[in-house]
Design a protein around this ligand. Structure first.
Ligand code: 5GP
Length: 226
């Protein structure tokens, strides 16, 4: 990690008053495995976690909100973002372009927040090669093909043809599990949520992320000597 990257990462105040480095928490899965639900639950319960909102060239689905779910942009604007270096990572998924705007992520990290990414394996790889020590990645698997199909239909946002396409791609996407740090099988959303939350909490508490520990312990010892 370079000094500049370190600066961009920023420092957060930890749970116990110990200064902490922010982390980049990535959730990936085949569509329909419950990743979006888990992301929303996690952000709702974790004030110091900010969701990264991606830019995409795909059409807005019913119920999606500009700036909350995605920034919906045309191909020209997307290409411009790539050319200007405005994206931290980008990839083509299901024939559409997706990318993570760099500025909000850097601002969040430098204000001491952790950032949550709902991105695919290609984007995860790019983030990891850029910031190997700051990325924590979790892959969510469905408990069965039947559950995956049912979730895609229940979501009712896509046509049958698109759902068939997504099912076909699910096998490919699942085969990428071995590049992730943690794997959660989402059989029960409550249990999966507890698992994801525990992973985040444990990673936040890693010694090397608690960069203020030397100072903290020095203070404790000073008090003991009084
Ligand atoms: P959907 O169209 O269903 O919202 O997303 C399709 C896939 O694109 C999902 O696997 C999602 O994680 C991925 N994705 C969404 N945003 C990004 C992004 O900014 N970068 C990358 N690499 N993948 C993304």
């Amino acid at each position: 990690m370079t000094a500049a990257q370190g600066e961009a990462q920023g420092e957060a105040q930890g749970f116990d008053g110990v200064e902490r480095r922010g982390l980049m928490f990535v959730l990936s899965s085949p569509s329909g495995a419950g990743k979006t639900t888990l992301s929303r639950m996690l952000v709702a319960e974790t004030p110091a976690l900010q969701m990264s909102v991606s830019a995409t060239t795909r059409q807005k689905r019913p119920g999606e909100v500009e700036g909350r779910d995605y920034y919906f942009v045309n191909q020209t604007r997307f290409d411009e973002m790539v050319a200007n270096g405005e994206l931290l990572e980008y990839a083509t998924v299901f024939g559409n372009c997706y990318g993570t705007p760099r500025a909000p992520v850097e601002a969040a990290l430098s204000s001491g927040k952790d950032v949550l990414f709902d991105i695919d394996w290609q984007g995860t790889q790019q983030l990891r090669s850029r910031s190997p020590n700051d990325v924590v990645s979790v892959f969510i698997l469905p408990p069965s093909v039947a559950a995956l199909e049912q979730r895609l239909h229940t979501r009712a946002q896509d046509s049958d043809e698109i759902i068939r396409g997504r099912m076909k791609k699910a096998g490919d996407e699942m085969s990428r599990f071995d590049a992730y740090d943690y794997i959660v099988v989402n059989d029960n959303i409550g249990i999966a949520f507890e698992s994801v939350k525990s992973i985040l909490r444990a990673e936040q508490l890693k010694r090397e992320r608690q960069i203020g520990l030397t100072e903290f312990v020095r203070n404790l010892r000073r008090q003991l000597e009084k």
